[in-house]
Design a protein. Structure first.
Length: 149
């Protein structure tokens, strides 16, 4: 439907290049034992071109930044009820491993009227304009003879 708010996820990550899954698990355990925030935990990672915080992003945006493997794994964990405001584990991507801190997840939902009223007005206006244009073209066509070759 046109009036569905897509699922959105907010997460931060610590990027680990060239580490094994065991090493990633050790670093995650250290971060958890120290009770580190996502920002403080960055000291254990390396630079990531797209940044470290992804807020209110759609799954398509996650896919474009991290690829299918990462998106599928993160989506699976999140949709299976991973706890918000917590470190939820390591997720692999084509770039390396990422230690994920899930801020929150909003499921897809029907939008309320006040969220879509401007879109409805715009749709109605453009529909009326298109109908007027179509009527004007039809009226002009009655005054001309059109030959096709």
């Amino acid at each position: 439907s046109d009036f569905v708010a897509p699922a959105r996820v907010s997460f931060s990550h610590v990027f680990l290049r060239n580490v094994s899954s065991d090493q990633a698990a050790e670093i995650l355990a250290l971060i958890r034992s120290e009770g580190l925030s996502p920002q403080a935990a960055l000291k254990y990672g390396t630079a990531f071109l797209s940044g470290f915080d992804f807020m209110q992003v759609r799954w398509g945006e996650v896919h474009s930044q991290f690829g299918s493997e990462f998106t599928d794994a993160l989506r699976s964990r999140v949709e299976q009820g991973a706890a918000s405001s917590s470190w939820i584990g390591a997720v692999a991507s084509v770039f390396g491993r990422h230690l994920i801190y899930l801020h929150n997840f909003e499921v897809e939902r029907p939008q309320q009227f006040d969220e879509v009223v401007d879109q409805l007005r715009w749709d109605l206006k453009t529909e009326r304009e298109q109908e007027a244009l179509d009527a004007a073209v039809r009226a002009m066509m009655t005054r001309y003879e059109v030959h096709r070759q």
